[in-house]
Design a protein around this ligand. Structure first.
Ligand SMILES: *[C@@H]1O[C@H](CO)[C@@H](O)[C@H](O)[C@H]1NC(C)=O
Ligand SMILES: *[C@@H]1O[C@H](CO)[C@@H](O)[C@H](O)[C@H]1NC(C)=O
Ligand SMILES: *[C@@H]1O[C@H](CO)[C@@H](O)[C@H](O)[C@H]1NC(C)=O
Ligand SMILES: *[C@@H]1O[C@H](CO)[C@@H](O)[C@H](O)[C@H]1NC(C)=O
Length: 502
């Protein structure tokens, strides 16, 4: 049922990604006129020499099966989605961050595709040097004045596309962030530019399909009472005094909504349409979240947040902390990228398991044991065990050792036991809503006018909800698939040694 349809969508997605020949082209759409952040381009044929300047745009190109059009990528925030790794490896990586102008021009690009306005600013890449003069649009940013060069690039013969949530000028960004007005509109544009509208539509349908399944998992079966929704605290990072949480109006809120959860801070920051905001501990205690979503980044690991929660005099009394109701999501999972559907679905599964003591479905969750020392070196396969999905959603079966502190001992835990089990059974019997927020330590997802804020933004790619291939009743094949996929996954995501238990 839900599992077999997940498998179907995996295969479907793979066919869209790896076998581009499967998707036939529509008739000739060209010339295509696209207005993007107030820059209009007339595209006479599919660009052939694309450089993607941020991870989110790289993953969109790969998800649409457009690897043959790419001559360079840049700026990963974390590791590329496993589903696209093979295709990704075919394209030269120009830089870990933004490339310098020489590296960029050396691949003779005809199209630059960026997530953030900073990708087109002279402070990131010295575009001025190729035009011989300054670009016209100059805006005040955190680091002083920056010039933004998209119109000049078009005049120079290089087309561009910028994600509309991060248009140079606030007035060109969608008033309200949404999947429809953001990601889906962009997929449609890119589908038209590359003459693959069918693939764009299929990708959108796949994401919507996962959203629908997420709601089936999380929505109350017996009641539509909105108060029955699972209450989520989406925790990004820590200030001296207050945590920074997913607020009313950004990608965390959108992901939580699509996972069927209730963001305890869904009403925070509405005037300024904040994605993230500081929240006092008293408000968190009063809201009594069922589940805490922790954003996991290499520079700000989820395990450290657990340690901080357990040490904090107020936080350690929270029901969710005592119940060990933590879900970690990778940093790249907290933006509106192509993996958002899978992520919402896996979050729904995890939240229902934690909030209602249901088993985690074995089709999506695989057990792993990991422990590292303070230097991120693998130390012990037995100290902590977790269950992880291919989308990177992770649940703690036992708490790990972090920086030589055994969290299982340090944290006051009276948690119910978390088990992973086959669950063909009752579908849709769980109910709740989930809220999630992505986290980002250094930047703000808020669509402010500061181009610098974009640097740590990222988007995620679509991956599938399940690690099992073809036949979910075939235990051996499934386990082998999981083992290999997870190993790859961990290797590329955390670069930590992972021991797969099964
Ligand atoms: C939008 O683009 C047009 C040219 O296409 C330009 O005249 C106008 O000033 C731009 N608007 C803003 C707010 O930059
Ligand atoms: C970028 O352009 C602005 C405006 O012309 C200028 O003030 C700034 O110094 C430039 N920055 C760099 C790094 O070239
Ligand atoms: C954006 O959100 C605000 C506040 O929720 C709402 O009043 C407004 O109508 C929305 N605008 C659009 C274009 O949806
Ligand atoms: C899965 O395997 C079982 C047993 O080998 C077989 O009967 C069934 O047809 C298979 N299903 C699919 C979808 O391949």
């Amino acid at each position: 049922m839900k599992f077999s349809s997940s498998s179907t969508s995996v295969l479907f997605l793979l066919s869209g990604t790896v076998l581009p020949g499967q998707c036939q082209r529509d008739g000739d759409l060209f010339p295509v006129t696209i207005t993007n952040c107030n820059v209009t381009s007339v595209i006479k044929g599919p660009p052939q020499r694309v450089v993607t300047l941020n991870q989110g745009t790289t993953e969109i190109m790969l998800a649409l099966g457009l690897v043959d059009h790419m001559v360079g990528t840049a700026y990963l925030d974390d590791e590329i989605w496993p589903l696209y790794k093979e295709e990704y490896d075919k394209v030269p990586v120009l830089s870990d961050t933004y490339p310098d102008i020489e590296s960029l021009m050396s691949v003779n690009p005809d199209f630059l595709y960026g997530s953030y306005s900073s990708a087109f600013s002279n402070s990131s890449i010295d575009y001025h040097s190729i035009f011989g003069e300054d670009c016209e649009l100059v805006l005040e940013g955190r680091g002083g004045h920056n010039a933004y060069c998209r119109p000049e690039l078009h005049d120079y013969g290089i087309q561009t596309y910028l994600q509309t949530a991060f248009c140079e000028l606030v007035e060109h960004r969608p008033e309200n962030l949404s999947v429809e007005g953001g990601l889906f509109a962009e997929l449609a544009d890119i589908g038209n530019i590359f003459n693959v509208p069918d693939r764009a539509a299929a990708l959108k349908a796949d994401i919507e399909d996962h959203f629908a399944k997420a709601l089936q998992v999380s929505r109350p079966a017996v009641t539509d009472d909105p108060d029955a929704a699972i209450k989520v605290l989406w925790l990004d990072s820590w200030d001296e005094s207050e945590p920074y949480v997913g607020a009313c109006c950004g990608s965390p809120q959108i992901i939580m909504e699509h996972a069927g959860a209730k963001n305890i801070f869904g009403n925070l920051g509405t005037e300024e349409r904040r994605s993230w905001e500081f929240a006092p501990w008293e408000d968190i205690v009063a809201a009594d979240p069922d589940v805490i979503v922790l954003v996991d980044a290499s520079w700000d690991p989820a395990d450290e947040k657990i340690l901080n929660l357990c040490k904090h005099p107020i936080a350690r009394q929270l029901r969710a902390v005592r119940n060990r109701a933590y879900i970690s999501v990778p940093f790249s999972g907290s933006t509106l990228g192509v993996k958002i559907g899978t992520l919402a679905y896996n979050l729904a599964e995890a939240m229902v398991a934690l909030a209602h003591s249901r088993p985690l479905p074995s089709l999506d969750f695989s057990p792993i044991a990991i422990s590292y020392d303070a230097n991120n070196n693998f130390v012990d396969a037995k100290s902590g065990s977790q269950a992880i999905t291919l989308s990177g959603v992770k649940v703690y079966i036992t708490l790990p050792t972090f920086d030589a502190t055994n969290l299982e001992e340090t944290c006051a835990v009276d948690a119910p036991q978390i088990i992973i089990a086959d669950s063909q059974d009752e579908e849709g019997e769980d109910q709740n809503t989930i809220e999630d927020n992505g986290d980002d330590v250094n930047s703000e997802y808020e669509v402010d006018s500061n181009p610098e804020s974009a640097d740590n933004e990222h988007s995620a790619s679509t991956t599938d909800t399940t690690g099992s291939e073809e036949n979910s009743s075939g235990g051996c094949g499934k386990k082998l698939g999981w083992t290999m996929l997870l190993f790859t996954f961990h290797w590329i995501f955390s670069e930590k040694l992972v021991v797969v238990l099964s």
